[in-house]
Design a protein around this ligand. Structure first.
Ligand SMILES: Cc1ncc(COP(=O)(O)O)c(C=O)c1O
Length: 430
């Protein structure tokens, strides 16, 4: 029996970049590597090649530890940077804080995640300055040990170089280490147009989670350490965490192909270009009920707050695929809407008297033509606590199985609204 991989209609594949397939170059390289024999546990030629390529890319010797998930990369990297009584300073929206099931605490042996706020999912330097000193030396409190930033952030915003250097300097001055969650490292790099070295160790980063899975690989990310002193600890931690793959070549052949001939940068550039294009398209759709067009922004997502007459919802992009705002050196634009944003309004095909400009109309018509015939699944029903009837009814309505009664709950599922409706956070969708 053959299983069709085309089970998700492409117009619903915007939910996450994790839904994408793999680059043909990577798939072919894996198939070729499967043909023969190779030494195990990382002594194969592909693993050696990846170390060599990453050292070239980062313009210095680096230690590399291939892993199968971004969570493993983050948690093992952090574990090497903090004692169990330490704290990891991170943004409230960071993946390590909201989407890793306590794995950072587990792998660090109990270090505490302490959140530091900031606009656009970026840690605010002033808040960080205060956080790195908080109860330092007090035996009754966890000790600030490492700052972790996501580049690009979970919201799709990107730290400019000086926005990396600033928190890193604050951290270093206070004796802390710096970690970067680079699940979407290549997208940020392409966006900034800087070198990998500039965006990491030259800016003060000690350990990087270098993502590949979300940018064309199948199941391969890699911890890159810029501190040779951490090599032995990371090696033992990786093994202990079940991340020293016996057939490591199947991880590293993916990474090797990913880094060959700039595939990783080409993929990122294409994703960013598509994100910008999609963002422009969304912006071209004026909001109804208003003479002035409401522009979707990264902070408001592409959702007017109420469902207008004659408009229906479409599944929207999650990561690395939405609007790019005007660039500025100190504060680069967001690439994406918030991850919790799940819908935007588009005019139904049957809606009469469409007075929008021609390009917006064509875009809406295309979206309508591509409307899924099957129910849209927006994830699981809220928190399952039984107290989220509004959210639940919104989901049911979305899937077309409810009576069609309009839920009192605000029509879109923006992060703030959802939190007020739901006693627990929305289920993450990676
Ligand atoms: C910013 C960020 N970091 C890390 C990860 C972890 O990846 P994984 O799901 O492979 O553990 C994700 C996943 O989407 C992510 O968005």
């Amino acid at each position: 029996m053959s299983i069709s991989t085309d089970v998700i209609p492409s117009n619903q594949a915007f939910l996450s970049d994790n839904m994408a397939g793999a680059s043909p170059e990577i798939a072919q390289a894996v198939a070729a590597a499967a043909a023969g024999y190779a030494l195990s546990y990382g002594d194969d030629p592909f693993t050696g090649s990846v170390r060599h390529r990453l050292s070239e890319i980062f313009e210095r010797e680096v230690e590399v530890f291939p892993v199968s998930t971004g969570t493993a990369a983050n948690c093992l990297g952090l574990a090497a940077l903090t004692p169990p009584w330490g704290s990891v300073l991170c943004h409230p929206a960071s993946h390590i804080n909201v989407d890793e099931c306590g794995a950072p605490e587990f792998f660090t042996g109990g270090a505490k995640l302490v959140t530091v706020p900031g606009h656009d999912s970026k840690i605010d330097p002033d808040a960080l300055r205060e956080a790195v000193r908080r109860r330092a030396g007090d035996v009754h409190s966890v000790q600030p040990s490492v700052v972790s930033i996501s580049q690009a952030t979970e919201r799709g915003s990107v730290y400019a170089l000086d926005e990396i250097r600033r928190p890193a300097t604050i951290a270093k001055d206070a004796g802390l280490r710096c970690h970067m969650d680079g699940a979407r490292f290549a997208n940020a790099l392409d966006h900034l147009g800087v070198t990998p070295a500039e965006m990491t160790w030259q800016a003060g980063i000690d350990v990087l989670s270098f993502g590949a899975t979300k940018n064309g690989a199948m199941t391969a990310d890699v911890i890159v350490s810029f501190d040779p002193a951490l090599a032995s600890e990371l090696a033992f931690r990786a093994k202990r965490a079940g991340q020293l793959a016996s057939k490591m070549r199947f991880h590293t052949v993916q990474l090797d192909a990913y880094l060959t001939d700039g595939l990783w940068l080409r993929n990122a550039r294409r994703a960013n270009t598509m994100a910008a294009r999609l963002g422009d398209g969304l912006k071209a759709i004026p909001a109804p009920n208003s003479s002035a067009a409401r522009r979707p922004t990264s902070s408001s997502a592409a959702c007017p707050s109420r469902q207008p007459k004659g408009f229906s919802r479409r599944a929207t992009p999650s990561t690395t695929i939405a609007g790019r705002r005007a660039s500025s050196a100190s504060s680069p634009p967001s690439l994406t809407p918030p991850k919790t944003s799940t819908s935007f309004w588009t005019r139904s095909a049957a809606t009469p008297a469409d007075h929008r400009p021609e390009p917006a109309r064509r875009l809406a018509q295309r979206a309508a033509a591509a409307a899924p015939s099957t129910p849209i699944t927006l994830g699981t029903t809220c928190c399952g606590s039984g107290k989220c009837r509004r959210w639940r009814s919104a989901v049911l309505r979305e899937t077309g199985t409810a009576s069609g009664r309009r839920p009192a709950y605000a029509q879109h599922v923006g992060a703030g609204t959802a939190r007020t409706a739901c006693p627990r956070p929305l289920p993450g969708r990676g």
